[in-house]
Every structure is written in structure tokens, then in C-alpha cells.
Design a protein around this ligand. Structure first.
Ligand code: PGA
Length: 239
């Protein structure tokens, strides 16, 4: 069964979240479905029995950091996963690979599972550098991590040009990238790795994506905010 992670970004109002939770509550016991809502709604998902994640976390421990969510805080409300290194955070908030590495270490210290996002730009893909870029990102994000810790991190391969655009790589290209990531993890850490694909996953392309045999799940943005579409995707990933 595939792992399905919904990244709801800054979408959905309070009322829409209530509707979403109500409609999704029949699958709430499925532990392969994980929702990363806006942080103001985390409590509602946790108390409704969902496995809940955070979309980002502070690189600082805790203290005078206005607007930041510390790892200790997210742990205290029942969050068990956190996305780190999302390309929107790298771009809009200048997250460096060193920041991503710090966040991963802080999360692992508190036993929260990091979901590390990696991916190339269109230009990098066109120049034939996609694999180098992705493996470089992983190398930087895993700096100083032992194999035992690397084993606990999920990796989401999200080509930047596929996020929110409706454009996705071919199955062969995804399969090829996922194989390279898995090979890299085996060669460097002797760890097999859990790899998700993200970028414009929707109800229309999910059947075709499910034909790729080496991916372990999906990181779903836009389509995770539309409850009926999300339910259909979950359904199609049952096997
Ligand atoms: P998308 O977003 O599914 O809307 O392309 C994916 C993501 O940003 O994680």
C-alpha cells in the first residue's frame, strides 16, 4: 500500500477544514494517509484521529523567534511527521541546505519523522543535471547523519517544475530518479529508503503513476485540498 501525504499549504478556511475532516473521517484510521494542514488546524486533525504532519518547522530550538514553530511545540501537539526543504520554503524563505540539515537533526532528536523534499528546476533537467542536483541536495541534507538516522527520513522527489503546474515527468523519468536515490542511499548508508513522488499528482494521473514500481507513495499538494478528489486518490492507491 502506498503512503499518501497531503500538503495543504496555505489553503482552506476554518469552515472548509471542518467539512474536509468530516468527509475524510471514514478513512481516519488508515495509517498510510497523513495530512499536513496549515499549522493553525493541526490540533483539529490530531484530535480527530488523523496522523498529522507539519509543513515546515523552525531551525531554532525554542525561544524568541516570532512566527516560528519549534520542534518541541509541534511534538507537544501530537505531530509525528514534518516536511522539510520544500522548494517553496527554499525559494520564498531562503531555506539553505544547512538549515534543512539542522531541521532534520532537531526533528530526529524529538523522534518526529522528517519528509525531505528534493527536486530539480526545469533548467537543471534540460541541462541533464537533474540527478546530480537531487543527489547533492540529499548529501547536504544528510550531513553528519548516521545510517540509523538516515533510515528514519522519508524522501519526496518533487521536481520544482512539476509543482502546481499540471506538468509531470514521464513514468520512466520518475522511476529512473527514484532508482538513483535508492542506489545512493544503499551505497552511502546501506539503507533502502522510502521515496515518495510529488508534483501535480491528481485523480487523473494517479493510475498511470501507480504503474511505477519503485515509489513508495505520494506527496500531494493541490489535490489534497479537494476532499472528493483526495478520497478517490486514496482509493486508487489501496493496492
Ligand atoms: P502539487 O504540490 O501537488 O499541488 O503540485 C505538491 C507539493 O508542493 O508538495
Amino acid at each position: 500500500m502506498k503512503l499518501i501525504v497531503g500538503n495543504q499549504k496555505s489553503y482552506l478556511s476554518s469552515t472548509e477544514i471542518d467539512i474536509f475532516i468530516e468527509k475524510l473521517s471514514n478513512i481516519q484510521r488508515k495509517d498510510n494517509v497523513l495530512i499536513c494542514p496549515s499549522s493553525i488546524y493541526i490540533d483539529r486533525f490530531v484530535s480527530s484521529g488523523f496522523v498529522t504532519g507539519c509543513q515546515n518547522v523552525s531551525k531554532y530550538k525554542s525561544g524568541a523567534y516570532t512566527g516560528e514553530l519549534s520542534v518541541e511545540q509541534i511534538k507537544s501537539v501530537g505531530v509525528s511527521f514534518a516536511i522539510v526543504g520544500h522548494s517553496e520554503v527554499r525559494k520564498n524563505f531562503n531555506e539553505s541546505i544547512i538549515d534543512t540539515n539542522t531541521k532534520i537533526i532537531r526533528l530526529l532528536d524529538e523522534e518526529i519523522v522528517p519528509i525531505l523534499c528534493v527536486g530539480e528546476s526545469k533548467e537543471e533537467r534540460d541541462e541533464g543535471r537533474a540527478k546530480d542536483i537531487v543527489l547533492e541536495q540529499i548529501e547536504g541534507a544528510f550531513e553528519d547523519l548516521s545510517p540509523d538516522l538516515v533510515k528514519k527520513v522519508l524522501i519526496a522527489y518533487e521536481p520544482i517544475w512539476a509543482i502546481g503546474t499540471g506538468e509531470i515527468p514521464t513514468n520512466d523519468d520518475i522511476q529512473d530518479m527514484v532508482s538513483s536515490i535508492k542506489e545512493y542511499l544503499i551505497d552511502n548508508y546501506d539503507v533502502s529508503g522510502i521515496i515518495l513522488y510529488g508534483g501535480s499528482v491528481n485523480n487523473e494521473n494517479i493510475d498511470e503513476l501507480n504503474e511505477i514500481d519503485n515509489i513508495d507513495g505520494y506527496l500531494i499538494g493541490g489535490a489534497s485540498t479537494k476532499v472528493y478528489e483526495f478520497l478517490q486518490i486514496i482509493d486508487k492507491c489501496e493496492n
